[in-house]
Design a protein around this ligand. Structure first.
Ligand code: UT7
Length: 322
Protein backbone atom coordinates (compact mmCIF):
# COMPACT_ATOMS: atom_id res chain seq x y z
CA UNK A 1 0.00 0.00 0.00
CA UNK A 2 1.24 3.51 -0.83
CA UNK A 3 2.75 5.35 2.11
CA UNK A 4 1.85 8.95 2.92
CA UNK A 5 2.77 11.41 5.60
CA UNK A 6 -0.13 12.86 7.54
CA UNK A 7 -0.39 15.92 9.80
CA UNK A 8 -0.95 14.42 13.26
CA UNK A 9 -0.70 17.53 15.40
CA UNK A 10 0.02 21.26 15.29
CA UNK A 11 1.26 23.74 17.88
CA UNK A 12 2.12 27.41 18.33
CA UNK A 13 3.81 29.86 20.57
CA UNK A 14 3.46 33.64 20.46
CA UNK A 15 5.30 36.02 22.82
CA UNK A 16 3.04 37.93 25.20
CA UNK A 17 4.28 41.38 24.29
CA UNK A 18 2.23 43.09 21.56
CA UNK A 19 3.32 46.04 19.44
CA UNK A 20 0.45 47.88 17.74
CA UNK A 21 0.53 50.14 14.70
CA UNK A 22 -0.13 53.03 17.08
CA UNK A 23 3.03 52.10 19.01
CA UNK A 24 4.92 52.14 15.69
CA UNK A 25 3.61 55.65 14.92
CA UNK A 26 5.77 56.78 17.86
CA UNK A 27 8.90 55.03 16.53
CA UNK A 28 8.94 55.78 12.77
CA UNK A 29 7.20 58.11 10.31
CA UNK A 30 4.14 55.94 9.64
CA UNK A 31 0.43 55.75 10.38
CA UNK A 32 -1.97 53.03 11.41
CA UNK A 33 -4.00 53.82 8.27
CA UNK A 34 -1.03 53.28 5.92
CA UNK A 35 -0.05 49.99 7.54
CA UNK A 36 -3.61 48.59 7.61
CA UNK A 37 -4.41 49.69 4.07
CA UNK A 38 -1.13 48.59 2.45
CA UNK A 39 -0.48 45.40 4.47
CA UNK A 40 -3.53 44.34 6.54
CA UNK A 41 -1.43 44.24 9.73
CA UNK A 42 -2.69 45.86 12.96
CA UNK A 43 -0.41 44.38 15.62
CA UNK A 44 2.41 41.86 16.04
CA UNK A 45 3.97 39.87 18.90
CA UNK A 46 7.51 40.78 19.96
CA UNK A 47 9.84 38.42 21.85
CA UNK A 48 11.11 39.40 25.28
CA UNK A 49 14.88 39.70 25.70
CA UNK A 50 15.26 36.13 26.95
CA UNK A 51 13.07 34.59 24.22
CA UNK A 52 14.68 33.01 21.15
CA UNK A 53 13.85 30.73 18.24
CA UNK A 54 14.83 27.88 20.57
CA UNK A 55 12.69 28.81 23.57
CA UNK A 56 9.66 29.65 21.44
CA UNK A 57 10.20 26.61 19.23
CA UNK A 58 10.31 24.31 22.24
CA UNK A 59 6.88 25.52 23.37
CA UNK A 60 5.33 25.17 19.92
CA UNK A 61 6.89 21.71 19.52
CA UNK A 62 5.55 20.47 22.85
CA UNK A 63 2.06 21.71 21.88
CA UNK A 64 2.29 19.90 18.54
CA UNK A 65 3.52 16.64 20.12
CA UNK A 66 0.71 16.80 22.72
CA UNK A 67 -1.82 17.33 19.94
CA UNK A 68 -0.35 14.39 17.99
CA UNK A 69 -0.31 12.20 21.10
CA UNK A 70 3.34 11.27 20.73
CA UNK A 71 6.39 11.62 22.97
CA UNK A 72 9.74 13.19 21.99
CA UNK A 73 11.33 9.70 22.03
CA UNK A 74 9.15 8.73 19.05
CA UNK A 75 10.37 11.58 16.82
CA UNK A 76 12.53 10.34 13.93
CA UNK A 77 13.66 13.70 12.53
CA UNK A 78 13.64 17.35 13.62
CA UNK A 79 13.80 20.19 11.10
CA UNK A 80 13.66 23.81 12.24
CA UNK A 81 13.20 26.52 9.65
CA UNK A 82 14.59 29.76 11.05
CA UNK A 83 16.37 32.84 9.74
CA UNK A 84 17.08 33.87 13.32
CA UNK A 85 18.71 30.93 15.15
CA UNK A 86 20.32 31.41 18.57
CA UNK A 87 23.61 30.06 17.18
CA UNK A 88 25.02 29.18 13.76
CA UNK A 89 25.67 25.79 15.32
CA UNK A 90 24.72 23.64 17.11
CA UNK A 91 21.46 23.92 15.22
CA UNK A 92 18.22 24.92 16.95
CA UNK A 93 17.07 21.38 16.13
CA UNK A 94 20.02 19.82 18.02
CA UNK A 95 19.44 22.16 20.96
CA UNK A 96 15.80 21.04 20.97
CA UNK A 97 16.90 17.39 21.01
CA UNK A 98 18.97 18.15 24.09
CA UNK A 99 16.01 19.88 25.77
CA UNK A 100 13.74 16.94 24.97
CA UNK A 101 16.36 14.52 26.35
CA UNK A 102 16.52 12.56 23.12
CA UNK A 103 19.48 11.69 20.87
CA UNK A 104 20.19 9.86 17.66
CA UNK A 105 17.61 11.08 15.16
CA UNK A 106 18.72 13.52 12.43
CA UNK A 107 18.19 17.13 13.49
CA UNK A 108 19.05 20.25 11.52
CA UNK A 109 18.04 23.83 10.75
CA UNK A 110 17.09 25.38 7.43
CA UNK A 111 18.49 28.88 7.91
CA UNK A 112 18.48 30.51 4.54
CA UNK A 113 15.16 29.78 2.87
CA UNK A 114 13.63 32.69 4.83
CA UNK A 115 9.84 32.87 4.55
CA UNK A 116 9.78 29.74 2.34
CA UNK A 117 11.62 27.81 5.04
CA UNK A 118 8.62 25.97 6.45
CA UNK A 119 7.60 24.65 3.02
CA UNK A 120 11.15 23.40 2.40
CA UNK A 121 11.32 21.71 5.84
CA UNK A 122 7.86 20.21 5.40
CA UNK A 123 8.72 18.79 1.97
CA UNK A 124 11.96 17.16 3.20
CA UNK A 125 10.21 15.53 6.15
CA UNK A 126 7.41 14.32 3.87
CA UNK A 127 9.94 12.63 1.54
CA UNK A 128 11.62 10.76 4.42
CA UNK A 129 8.29 9.52 5.74
CA UNK A 130 7.01 8.49 2.28
CA UNK A 131 10.18 6.46 1.72
CA UNK A 132 9.60 4.64 4.98
CA UNK A 133 12.87 5.90 6.48
CA UNK A 134 11.18 7.44 9.53
CA UNK A 135 7.77 7.25 11.20
CA UNK A 136 7.39 10.68 12.81
CA UNK A 137 8.94 14.08 12.05
CA UNK A 138 8.81 17.35 13.94
CA UNK A 139 8.82 20.29 11.52
CA UNK A 140 8.71 23.89 12.61
CA UNK A 141 9.29 27.53 11.82
CA UNK A 142 10.49 29.77 14.67
CA UNK A 143 11.55 33.38 14.28
CA UNK A 144 12.60 36.46 16.23
CA UNK A 145 12.25 38.80 13.26
CA UNK A 146 12.29 41.77 15.66
CA UNK A 147 16.08 41.22 15.99
CA UNK A 148 16.84 41.49 12.28
CA UNK A 149 14.71 44.48 11.32
CA UNK A 150 16.05 48.00 11.38
CA UNK A 151 13.71 49.77 13.79
CA UNK A 152 14.40 53.09 12.05
CA UNK A 153 13.34 51.75 8.60
CA UNK A 154 9.59 52.22 8.17
CA UNK A 155 9.55 50.15 4.97
CA UNK A 156 10.39 46.94 6.86
CA UNK A 157 9.93 47.34 10.62
CA UNK A 158 6.14 47.63 10.38
CA UNK A 159 5.83 44.27 8.63
CA UNK A 160 7.35 41.61 10.84
CA UNK A 161 6.54 39.80 14.09
CA UNK A 162 7.91 36.98 16.27
CA UNK A 163 6.55 33.49 16.98
CA UNK A 164 6.85 29.77 16.41
CA UNK A 165 4.63 27.17 14.77
CA UNK A 166 5.17 23.40 14.65
CA UNK A 167 3.70 20.35 12.97
CA UNK A 168 4.12 16.63 13.69
CA UNK A 169 4.03 14.53 10.54
CA UNK A 170 3.48 10.79 10.83
CA UNK A 171 3.41 7.83 8.44
CA UNK A 172 -0.03 6.81 7.23
CA UNK A 173 -1.56 4.42 4.71
CA UNK A 174 -4.40 6.85 4.06
CA UNK A 175 -3.80 9.91 1.84
CA UNK A 176 -2.32 12.82 3.78
CA UNK A 177 0.28 15.02 2.10
CA UNK A 178 -0.55 14.51 -1.59
CA UNK A 179 2.40 16.41 -3.06
CA UNK A 180 4.94 19.11 -2.29
CA UNK A 181 6.56 21.51 -4.78
CA UNK A 182 9.72 23.55 -4.21
CA UNK A 183 11.39 26.20 -6.38
CA UNK A 184 14.08 28.88 -6.22
CA UNK A 185 15.44 31.60 -8.51
CA UNK A 186 18.64 33.32 -7.45
CA UNK A 187 18.36 35.95 -10.16
CA UNK A 188 16.07 37.79 -7.73
CA UNK A 189 18.67 37.68 -4.95
CA UNK A 190 18.57 41.44 -4.28
CA UNK A 191 14.82 41.83 -3.84
CA UNK A 192 14.90 40.50 -0.28
CA UNK A 193 18.12 39.87 1.62
CA UNK A 194 19.93 39.80 4.92
CA UNK A 195 23.61 40.21 4.07
CA UNK A 196 24.83 39.75 7.61
CA UNK A 197 27.02 36.66 7.90
CA UNK A 198 30.12 35.72 9.85
CA UNK A 199 31.49 34.17 6.66
CA UNK A 200 31.20 37.28 4.47
CA UNK A 201 34.33 38.49 2.61
CA UNK A 202 36.40 40.37 5.20
CA UNK A 203 36.35 43.66 3.30
CA UNK A 204 32.55 43.72 3.08
CA UNK A 205 30.90 45.95 5.64
CA UNK A 206 28.60 44.34 8.18
CA UNK A 207 24.88 44.62 7.31
CA UNK A 208 22.73 43.63 10.23
CA UNK A 209 19.23 44.10 8.90
CA UNK A 210 16.72 42.92 6.31
CA UNK A 211 16.68 44.81 3.03
CA UNK A 212 13.66 44.56 0.79
CA UNK A 213 12.32 46.10 -2.40
CA UNK A 214 8.75 45.53 -1.33
CA UNK A 215 6.83 46.52 -4.45
CA UNK A 216 9.03 44.37 -6.73
CA UNK A 217 8.68 41.44 -4.40
CA UNK A 218 4.92 41.95 -4.32
CA UNK A 219 4.65 41.57 -8.09
CA UNK A 220 7.00 38.58 -8.20
CA UNK A 221 5.04 36.87 -5.42
CA UNK A 222 1.69 37.23 -7.17
CA UNK A 223 3.07 35.77 -10.40
CA UNK A 224 5.05 32.86 -8.97
CA UNK A 225 2.28 31.86 -6.58
CA UNK A 226 -0.28 31.83 -9.39
CA UNK A 227 1.93 29.44 -11.37
CA UNK A 228 2.64 27.40 -8.25
CA UNK A 229 -1.08 26.84 -7.66
CA UNK A 230 -1.53 25.62 -11.24
CA UNK A 231 1.43 23.25 -10.88
CA UNK A 232 0.21 21.90 -7.54
CA UNK A 233 -3.34 21.23 -8.71
CA UNK A 234 -2.24 19.74 -12.04
CA UNK A 235 0.17 17.34 -10.28
CA UNK A 236 -2.85 15.91 -8.45
CA UNK A 237 -5.36 16.17 -11.31
CA UNK A 238 -7.42 18.47 -9.12
CA UNK A 239 -9.47 21.59 -9.81
CA UNK A 240 -9.57 24.86 -7.87
CA UNK A 241 -12.97 23.83 -6.51
CA UNK A 242 -11.35 20.78 -4.82
CA UNK A 243 -9.42 23.06 -2.43
CA UNK A 244 -11.24 23.68 0.87
CA UNK A 245 -8.62 25.85 2.58
CA UNK A 246 -5.71 28.03 1.57
CA UNK A 247 -3.05 28.32 4.28
CA UNK A 248 -0.70 31.00 2.91
CA UNK A 249 2.48 32.68 4.06
CA UNK A 250 1.34 35.87 5.76
CA UNK A 251 3.21 38.71 4.02
CA UNK A 252 0.50 41.08 2.81
CA UNK A 253 -3.30 40.92 2.83
CA UNK A 254 -3.38 42.14 -0.78
CA UNK A 255 -1.22 39.19 -1.88
CA UNK A 256 -3.45 36.82 0.10
CA UNK A 257 -6.59 38.32 -1.46
CA UNK A 258 -5.10 37.93 -4.94
CA UNK A 259 -4.29 34.28 -4.21
CA UNK A 260 -7.77 33.57 -2.86
CA UNK A 261 -9.20 35.11 -6.02
CA UNK A 262 -6.93 32.95 -8.15
CA UNK A 263 -8.44 29.88 -6.43
CA UNK A 264 -12.01 31.30 -6.46
CA UNK A 265 -11.98 30.85 -2.68
CA UNK A 266 -13.87 33.23 -0.38
CA UNK A 267 -11.62 34.85 2.24
CA UNK A 268 -13.35 32.90 5.01
CA UNK A 269 -11.73 29.80 3.48
CA UNK A 270 -8.27 31.28 3.93
CA UNK A 271 -6.34 30.89 7.21
CA UNK A 272 -5.32 34.49 7.98
CA UNK A 273 -3.36 35.59 11.06
CA UNK A 274 -1.68 38.61 9.47
CA UNK A 275 -3.81 41.21 11.23
CA UNK A 276 -2.71 40.09 14.71
CA UNK A 277 0.71 38.57 14.02
CA UNK A 278 2.27 40.39 11.06
CA UNK A 279 4.78 38.48 8.94
CA UNK A 280 6.55 35.89 11.11
CA UNK A 281 8.58 34.55 8.16
CA UNK A 282 9.01 30.76 8.35
CA UNK A 283 6.63 30.55 11.34
CA UNK A 284 3.66 32.11 9.58
CA UNK A 285 2.27 29.03 7.80
CA UNK A 286 2.31 26.64 10.79
CA UNK A 287 0.95 29.45 13.01
CA UNK A 288 -1.97 30.04 10.63
CA UNK A 289 -2.57 26.30 10.29
CA UNK A 290 -2.54 25.72 14.04
CA UNK A 291 -5.03 28.53 14.67
CA UNK A 292 -7.50 27.26 12.07
CA UNK A 293 -7.13 23.66 13.30
CA UNK A 294 -7.55 24.55 16.98
CA UNK A 295 -10.61 26.78 16.49
CA UNK A 296 -12.24 24.02 14.45
CA UNK A 297 -12.40 25.76 11.08
CA UNK A 298 -10.13 23.22 9.40
CA UNK A 299 -11.68 19.76 9.71
CA UNK A 300 -10.40 16.26 8.97
CA UNK A 301 -11.09 15.39 5.35
CA UNK A 302 -10.53 18.98 4.14
CA UNK A 303 -8.12 19.58 1.28
CA UNK A 304 -5.53 22.19 2.20
CA UNK A 305 -3.20 24.16 -0.04
CA UNK A 306 -0.17 25.53 1.82
CA UNK A 307 2.18 28.04 0.16
CA UNK A 308 5.21 30.10 1.10
CA UNK A 309 7.71 32.41 -0.61
CA UNK A 310 10.64 34.50 0.49
CA UNK A 311 14.27 35.54 0.11
CA UNK A 312 16.24 33.75 -2.56
CA UNK A 313 13.76 33.91 -4.10
CA UNK A 314 12.56 30.58 -2.81
CA UNK A 315 8.98 29.30 -2.82
CA UNK A 316 7.00 26.14 -2.28
CA UNK A 317 3.62 24.53 -1.74
CA UNK A 318 1.94 21.41 -0.40
CA UNK A 319 -1.45 19.88 -1.16
CA UNK A 320 -2.79 17.96 1.81
CA UNK A 321 -5.78 15.81 2.67
CA UNK A 322 -6.02 16.80 6.33
O1 UT7 B 1 7.83 37.52 3.69
C1 UT7 B 1 8.67 37.88 2.64
C2 UT7 B 1 7.88 38.37 1.55
N1 UT7 B 1 7.53 39.78 1.74
C3 UT7 B 1 6.68 40.33 0.90
O2 UT7 B 1 6.16 39.64 0.05
C4 UT7 B 1 6.42 41.81 0.95
C5 UT7 B 1 5.76 42.19 -0.35
N2 UT7 B 1 5.58 43.63 -0.46
C6 UT7 B 1 4.67 44.29 0.25
O3 UT7 B 1 3.99 43.74 1.08
C7 UT7 B 1 4.47 45.75 -0.07
O4 UT7 B 1 5.24 46.08 -1.21
C8 UT7 B 1 4.88 46.68 1.11
C9 UT7 B 1 3.82 46.59 2.21
C10 UT7 B 1 6.22 46.31 1.65
C11 UT7 B 1 4.92 48.14 0.63
O5 UT7 B 1 3.66 48.49 0.07
P1 UT7 B 1 3.58 49.21 -1.36
O6 UT7 B 1 2.18 49.50 -1.60
O7 UT7 B 1 4.28 48.30 -2.35
O8 UT7 B 1 4.38 50.54 -1.12
P2 UT7 B 1 5.71 51.09 -1.84
O9 UT7 B 1 6.90 50.33 -1.39
O10 UT7 B 1 5.48 51.20 -3.31
O11 UT7 B 1 5.79 52.54 -1.22
C12 UT7 B 1 4.76 53.51 -1.46
C13 UT7 B 1 5.04 54.72 -0.59
C14 UT7 B 1 6.47 55.22 -0.65
O12 UT7 B 1 6.45 56.62 -0.61
P3 UT7 B 1 6.63 57.51 -1.94
O13 UT7 B 1 7.94 57.12 -2.52
O14 UT7 B 1 5.48 57.10 -2.83
O15 UT7 B 1 6.55 58.90 -1.44
C15 UT7 B 1 7.07 54.70 0.63
O16 UT7 B 1 8.16 55.48 1.09
O17 UT7 B 1 4.78 54.37 0.79
C16 UT7 B 1 5.90 54.80 1.59
N3 UT7 B 1 6.02 53.95 2.74
C17 UT7 B 1 5.40 54.18 3.90
N4 UT7 B 1 4.60 55.19 4.30
C18 UT7 B 1 4.13 55.12 5.55
C19 UT7 B 1 6.72 52.79 2.83
N5 UT7 B 1 6.56 52.27 4.08
C20 UT7 B 1 5.76 53.12 4.75
C21 UT7 B 1 5.24 53.14 6.06
N6 UT7 B 1 4.43 54.15 6.43
N7 UT7 B 1 5.52 52.16 6.95
Amino acid sequence: MKKYSQILGTGSYLPEKILTNFDLEKIVDTTNEWIVERTGIRRRHIAEKHETALTMGEKAARNAMDAAGITPEEIGMIIVATTTPEKMFPSTACLLQQRFGIAGCPAFDLNSTACAGFMYAFSIADQYIRQGAIKYALVMGSEVMSRIVDWSDRTTCVLFGDGAGAVVLGASNKPGVLSTHLHADGTHKDVLSLDHSIGRPIDVEEELYIKMTGNQLFKLAVNILGDLFDETLEANSMKKSDVDWLVPHQANIRIIQAMAKKLDLPLDRVAITLEDQGNTSSASIPLALDKAVRDGRIQHGNTLLLEGFGGGLAWGSALIKY
